[in-house]
Design a protein around this ligand. Structure first.
Ligand SMILES: Cc1cc2nc3c(=O)[nH]c(=O)nc-3n(C[C@H](O)[C@H](O)[C@H](O)COP(=O)(O)OP(=O)(O)OC[C@H]3O[C@@H](n4cnc5c(N)ncnc54)[C@H](O)[C@@H]3O)c2cc1C
Length: 466
């Protein structure tokens, strides 16, 4: 653990005041483990600056004393990047200026510590849409979502965070502030610097503010839960609905039978959406600008063509929320099912059905009776490929095979033109994969960028290249 000098602590206290510092280990505990309890950390100090000025001064102090920093937003990241291992932890919780809407530019100016749902709520008050929807959105922050290039359920229609950011303010490793807070859609003036910080997982600096794109609020949404016979049918249904429905498809989420049954079994109040079980389900949401009839007709014709086998359309807000919760609660529903080996992968749509078949066969040869809890944002090719331990197998026996199984899965993903991390990032969980699957040229360029912007390796130093 970094030893902090009395001089460092006194200067930090002068910058932040007592209320924006946590030295007590018990008070620090919630910041030092994450949602799944997979990553645990330790830190000599947590700082909670409440302005860009305080972030700047504290980062300058760290640079002066060569003290490394781990930034943390809502602590919902799934690859361990926000959990310090001896560095000081800089929480953005107090970076909470009131979000500012510009209706004519359709932009939202927001501080890094604001949650995704508060940002969306601010836009909603002006009848505008901020389309970043994650199940963790009540806690995940704007700064965290930018730093992980978060995706979620609406990427199919609106893109990842990369497509939603117009401007950024970042405190660099030496304490300089880069102010790129413009709201321009067009700005061809050399390298697009903001893109370097999006998805950088805090390795290049601390995001303190952003200007984000907003969109017209759809007049209504039509949400349906459909059962399908196969993943190949689900991808065909997506193509059909996109080509034959005037209402845009905003969400297209795949849910395996096991994933649905775990939600029904483990989440209080969850209701079975359709009378008959099917191997796969799809939750599809349309933006309905002229009533829900257009989407209903498109679904009826997909049903006629045999692409889907049954469907229910939400008729009330309550039913809409209940169907959405079936999808959103899958992660929570797995928690009580024992050990899991999880993968967040993406593949070209055309290869997904084949990947699932091949991966299943290979895994069952290694661990017979593995349970496959597969779900994800099929619309953009992103699968959460989660393997649960066979009933009766000891957790440690299963997790002992984690690295072997993960290599098997990721090798196949690579072979089929996919990515070993679709939306969660690298963090500490995927460092070996980075080395295995990125080319030498890619790794060299990434290292050179890190070296140029953070030469003393003070920003999230354990990530990526450890
Ligand atoms: C139930 C659940 C569902 C989820 N669903 C999705 C999903 O659908 N799509 C998806 O993409 N992700 C999903 N996630 C993952 C997670 O919510 C996102 O990665 C989110 O963007 C992280 O935001 P955060 O504020 O919690 O960041 P944290 O977890 O605090 O940090 C994540 C990373 O960003 C860095 N960081 C945080 N804030 C800053 C900052 N201001 N400046 C620089 N670096 C910073 C941290 O050091 C760390 O490396 C889910 C997580 C959970 C628990």
């Amino acid at each position: 653990m970094t030893e902090l000098s009395q001089q460092f602590l006194a200067s930090a206290r002068q910058i932040l005041g007592d209320k924006n510092m946590i030295c007590d280990q018990e008070a620090a505990t919630p910041y030092l483990h994450e949602w799944r309890d997979r990553w645990h950390g330790f830190t000599p100090l947590i700082v909670l600056p409440d302005s860009t000025r305080q972030v700047t001064e504290i980062v300058q102090l760290c640079a002066q004393h060569q003290v490394a920093v781990t930034p943390q937003g809502g602590n919902t990241g799934l690859v361990g990047g926000q959990i310090p291992q001896g560095e000081i932890l800089l929480s953005t919780k107090n970076l909470q200026q009131i979000p500012r809407i510009n209706k004519s530019d359709m932009t939202l100016t927001v501080s890094a510590g604001v949650s995704l749902s508060d940002a969306a709520g601010a836009a909603f008050e002006h009848d505008l849409l901020f389309p970043m929807e994650l199940a963790s959105g009540g806690s995940a922050t704007i700064g965290g979502a930018i730093s992980t290039n978060a995706g979620g359920m609406m990427v199919l229609r609106y893109g990842t965070m990369r497509e939603l950011v117009l401007g950024l303010e970042v405190v660099l490793a030496d304490g300089q502030v880069w102010t790129g807070m413009n709201s321009l859609y067009k700005n061809n003036t050399g390298y697009d610097l903001k893109q370097m910080f999006i998805g950088a997982e805090g390795t290049l600096g601390i995001v303190t503010k952003a200007v984000l794109r907003l969109f017209p609020m759809p007049k209504a949404k039509t949400l349906a839960w459909c059962s399908v016979n196969s993943v190949a049918d689900a991808t065909r249904a997506l193509g059909y609905l996109q080509n034959h429905c005037a209402d845009p498809v905003a969400k297209f989420e795949l849910v395996s039978q096991l994933a649905l049954s775990l939600v029904l079994q483990n989440i209080p109040g969850a209701k079975k959406p359709l009378a008959h079980d099917a191997p796969w389900s799809v939750m599809v949401e349309f933006e309905s600008w002229h009533g829900s009839e257009i989407a209903q007709n498109a679904l009826a014709s997909a049903l006629d063509k045999g692409l889907i086998i049954d469907a229910v359309i939400a008729r009330s807000q309550k039913q809409h929320d209940e169907l959405l919760a079936l999808r959103e609660n899958i992660s929570a529903a797995q928690k009580s099912e024992g050990a899991a080996i999880k993968h967040d992968i993406s593949l070209p749509l055309a290869n997904i059905a084949d990947f699932l078949k091949q991966a299943r066969n290979k895994i069952l040869q290694q661990i017979p009776d593995t349970r496959f809890c597969v779900f994800g944002h099929l619309g953009d090719g992103n699968l959460h490929y989660n393997l649960l331990s066979p009933i009766g197998m000891k957790s440690n026996e299963f997790t002992r095979l984690r690295s072997e199984i993960t290599t098997l899965v990721h090798d196949l993903v690579q072979e089929m033109g996919g990515s070993f991390s679709a939306e969660h990032g690298i963090g500490i969980a995927r460092v070996n994969d980075l080395k295995r699957y990125k080319t030498g040229v890619e790794i060299t360029m990434m290292r050179q960028i890190k070296q140029a912007i953070d030469p003393d390796n003070l920003m999230n130093p354990r990530l990526w290249f450890d």
